[in-house]
Ligand binder design. Structure first.
Ligand code: HMG
Ligand code: MG
Length: 304
């Protein structure tokens, strides 16, 4: 299959990354992060989530983030929404695009959403009704596509089953998440093949966590399957509060370095993302997890 000539990157650092920080990140820092990423040319920056603050305290101020954000025309700023309550809060904060999330495995569904997969789908019906009534676009995430921290192996048929439910409800795009980063290239290609039987490949996004160092390899494997949308996180920020041991997403800088090296255009300024990655890492007092980001900055500091 031919690789795409252009790829869309969905930056998830301000949500998937920051949600895992134990120290409260000031709203001003979150807003600056989102704005810097958008001005680097990222076409979509996931800016927060309207989940229960009891479960994910770090995202509690997402409404303030959305209210203070200067939005660029042409950039989308999706927010994660788990239920009707979150949907109403997102609408009040003038969110224009939401992302809903379910799990391919039963164990992760119960930990992350507090209910079974079947119930998580039925809860989403109200969210979709409201989104459709308000003209809000809905992206769908499926977690644990390649393995679950509680249930172990996840058969691709389970991923396909959840995918067809979310498509039927009206998601414009599905993001398939390897939440714990265990998948390897052949496995990822076969999962894509399964989901692509029900959904055009342009509407499939891949969402890799880099726990086992497979993120960039899995992006390449997905490109070879004709996938052209990838989620990634500046400086490889993050993890998942409900997936023990999971590390951050594959780093945006590493994915951009791969794509640009392959001659695939993204419209994103890699140097600006690398600077933002260094800034947010030092602001949070954590190591910059992007290898490409660190290398580019070292080269710049050496005057090269
Ligand atoms: P629950 O405790 O079963 O819900 O949580 P509940 O209805 O019993 O409500 C409990 C309390 O939360 C109540 O407050 C509700 O009002 C409140 P209290 O009466 O105790 O004061 N509440 C809310 N508050 C604000 N916003 C809301 C909301 N809903 C209820 N939307 C629930 C069920 C789904 C809410 C909870 O389990 C939850 O918020 N889960 C989200 C967990 C999460 O954010 N996980 C990380 C994101 S997913 C992810 O990272 C994976 C992804 O990156 C892809 C991948 O990598 O695979 C997307
Ligand atoms: Mg994730």
């Amino acid at each position: 299959m031919e690789m795409p000539q252009r790829v869309k990157i969905v930056e998830v650092g301000p949500r998937d990354g920051l949600q895992n920080e134990s120290v409260q990140v000031p709203v001003g820092v979150k807003v600056e992060l989102v704005e810097r990423l958008a001005s680097a040319g990222l076409p979509a920056v996931e800016a927060g989530s309207f989940v229960a603050p009891k479960w994910v305290p770090q995202m509690a101020a997402s409404d303030d983030v959305f209210r203070r954000l200067s939005r660029r025309s042409g950039t989308s700023y999706p927010a994660l929404v788990p239920n009707l309550k979150g949907m109403e809060a997102a609408i009040a904060a003038d969110v224009q695009e939401i992302a809903v999330f379910v799990s391919a495995s039963e164990g992760f569904s119960r930990k992350n959403l507090g209910c079974s997969r079947a119930e998580s789908l039925s809860r989403l019906r109200d969210v979709f009704d409201l989104a459709i009534a308000q003209g809000i676009e809905v992206r769908g995430y499926i977690s644990c596509i390649a393995g679950c921290p509680f249930d172990g192996d996840v058969p691709p048929a389970e991923v396909e089953a959840m995918a067809s439910e979310l498509i039927a409800m009206g998601c414009y795009e599905l993001s398939l998440g390897d939440t714990i980063g265990v998948g390897t290239a052949t496995q990822i290609r076969s999962i894509i093949g399964r989901v692509a039987a029900d959904l055009p490949r342009e509407r499939i996004a891949m969402h890799f966590h880099d726990t086992y160092g497979q993120g960039v390899a899995n992006v390449l494997a997905s490109l070879q399957e004709g996938i052209s949308v990838f989620d990634s996180s500046v400086a490889g920020l993050g993890g998942c509060p409900y997936a023990p041991g999971a590390t951050g997403n594959v780093a945006t800088e590493d994915v951009l370095y791969l794509l640009h090296g392959l001659g695939i255009s993204t419209g994103v300024d890699l140097a600006a993302v690398a600077e933002t990655g260094a800034w947010i890492s030092s602001t949070l007092g954590r190591q910059n997890m992007s290898r490409a980001g660190r290398a580019l900055l070292a080269r710049q500091q050496a005057g090269g």
